[in-house]
Ligand binder design. Structure first.
Ligand code: CU
Length: 485
């Protein structure tokens, strides 16, 4: 029995030996070298950068004693147009300064708390092997600083954050950032690298309420975010702030999620991630559309940009993108490649029934008898039912329309100016640009298959609702417009 165990043990050992030396890719090499035993050679000051930028890659440099000096600043900033917020920051930005190290570095970390700050803070770096990730050793009052050191043992992309009570509040106010630990020899070279972090914010007022908005603890506990943003504010990565690349380049994004609450479904519209370091670790997944980033987690994605255009970065929990701010832009310039992406080749109106058919043939016979000389109340009742079946999806229940897509019917100058035009549109449909209440719309309204009586009722309902001019549309008026063509 003892011998059998010994033999099995030897076979096991042989197996491991074959594994280690039989194939020799980089991850297995890492296992052979114990990172704790990597000797440092020399000292250097760490380069720290504000988002969306990252420090220079480590390349083939040896492990070093790396001096990191990070200053905590409590500052007022703008979270959205006209909305102020008191951010608590590592290095003056949200997310905080990007720290780039390699495995085996001995990081000498000094955390200073600016004398103008009001609160004590500390730092928990997920890249640290040690109690609290450094939190216990770095707790520091305003006007003081603390130094501690740690050795980076595991390559990967890690979140750091403040861990001073109430922890959730310190994180919610922007106290998070990323620290990258590159493997020996560095990550594969790419052309462009950027730093992005998602965060959710909770304000006393609703999204968009102007002025200085204080943190709202109740909403934070209920995870009812007013803002979900990249890099601390709405628009930090859009328009002039967009990140950029040229056609043919490889782009790597270091993306973290500070939370405090929400998980990110990170996606770039119109791109596919060639490589994803899942959860910021060493396992690489390929050809990914959307990757999850947990609160307090990170991911490294890279992809090649093949065609020019604006690529939208979103949290694909999509109301966060279009209603709460989790939207960024990558602008790619260069030559078009029509073979990879053609753009619009042809555009036309789609009319499955053909352009000349006016109504369903003999359809009126099947309909309930038309009551003549209805009262206004009867027309309103009938008109409302038609409206809710036919018009509601685009123009909405209270006639407000949908911004940039479907014009409002409520208090509509376009509608009130010309009843014959309105009847004509319901009869024949409308394509192309119109201006309603000072705003331009360019959409398609299809021709409705309604009887003259129904058109009269639904338009009477619209004209007698939502502050419109109370026109009473009769079937005769509809017939007149129809025959005037
Ligand atoms: Cu703090």
């Amino acid at each position: 029995m003892k011998n059998l165990k010994k033999i099995l043990g030897q076979i096991g050992l042989m197996g491991i030996t074959i594994l280690l030396f039989g194939s020799c890719n980089s991850t297995e090499k890492e296992k052979i070298i114990d990172p704790a035993k990597i000797q440092v050679r020399g000292t250097m000051d760490a380069e720290l950068t504000s988002p969306p930028f990252v420090p220079a890659p480590i390349g083939d440099r040896s492990a070093k004693k790396l001096i990191v000096k990070l200053e905590i600043l409590e500052i007022e900033g703008e979270i959205s147009n006209g909305v102020k917020y008191n951010y608590w920051t590592f290095g003056g930005s949200v997310p905080g300064s990007f720290i780039r190290t390699r495995v085996g570095d001995e990081v000498e970390f000094t955390l200073s708390n600016h004398p103008d700050n009001k609160l004590p803070h500390n730092i928990d770096l997920h890249a640290v092997t040690g109690p609290g990730g450094g939190a216990e050793s770095s707790f520091v009052a305003p006007g003081h600083q603390k130094t501690f050191s740690f050795k980076t043992l595991n390559p990967g992309l890690y979140v750091y954050h403040c861990a001073t009570a109430p922890v959730g509040m310190h994180i919610a106010n922007g106290m998070y950032g990323l620290i990258l630990v590159e493997p020996e020899g560095g990550l594969p070279k790419v052309d462009k690298e950027y730093y992005i972090m998602q965060g959710d914010f909770y304000t006393k007022g609703e999204n968009g309420d102007p002025g200085l908005q204080p943190f709202d603890m109740k909403k934070a506990v209920e995870e009812d975010a007013d803002y979900v943003v990249f890099n601390g504010k709405v628009g930090a990565l859009t328009g002039e702030n967009a990140i950029t690349a040229n056609v043919g380049e490889t782009v790597r994004l270091y993306i973290g999620n500070g939370g405090p609450n929400l998980t990110s479904s990170f996606h770039v519209i119109g791109e596919i991630f060639d490589n994803v370091h899942i959860e910021g670790g060493s396992l690489i997944n390929k050809n990914v559309q959307t990757t999850l980033i947990p609160a307090g987690g990170a991911v490294i994605v890279d992809f090649k940009v093949e065609v020019p255009g604006t690529f939208i970065l979103v949290d694909h929990a999509i109301f966060r993108a279009f209603n709460k701010g989790a939207l960024g832009m990558l602008k790619v310039s260069g030559e078009e490649n029509k073979q990879l992406y053609s753009g619009v080749k042809q555009e036309g109106i789609y009319l499955p029934e053909g352009g000349t058919i006016q109504t369903m043939p003999n359809n009126t016979a099947a309909k309930p008898e038309v009551k003549l000389n209805k009262t206004l109340a009867e027309k309103m009742e009938s008109g409302k039912q038609i409206y809710m079946k036919t018009c509601f999806a685009c123009h909405q229940a209270t006639g407000e329309g949908i911004a940039n897509a479907f014009p409002p019917l409520a208090k509509s100058d376009y509608l009130n100016a010309d009843v014959k035009r309105a009847i004509g549109i319901v009869l024949n449909g409308k394509t192309g640009e119109i201006t309603v209440n000072g705003k331009n719309y360019n959409s398609i309204m299809t021709r409705q298959t309604l009887t003259d009586d129904e058109i009269a009722d639904v338009l009477t309902y619209v004209y007698n609702s939502w502050d419109n001019n109370k026109t009473n549309v009769t079937p005769a008026m509809v017939t007149e417009v129809k025959n005037s063509k």
